[in-house]
Write a protein that binds this ligand. Structure first.
Ligand code: ZN
Length: 68
């Protein structure tokens, strides 16, 4: 299991991102109260996209093709 961390980037309305895959989570709270639980639940439920590995693969392909 990859390490991942939720970072709150904005409190009102609350917006958070996963520091591992940069997925964004927003919690709309009708009463205007901070709802850290909702955003945390979304974060816990999401599956990280393997951004790093795909980018590395793309870079390797690009470097290989550009070198010729
Ligand atoms: Zn993630």
């Amino acid at each position: 299991m990859a390490k991942r961390k939720l970072r709150i980037v904005r409190e009102t309305p609350q917006l958070g991102i996963c520091e591992y895959c940069n997925m964004q989570f927003s919690a709309v709270t009708p009463l205007g109260a901070p709802n850290k639980t909702k955003i945390q639940e979304q974060f816990n439920a999401h599956k990280c996209k393997p951004v790093d590995s795909s980018q590395n693969a793309l870079r390797i392909v690009r470097e290989a093709t550009e070198g010729k």
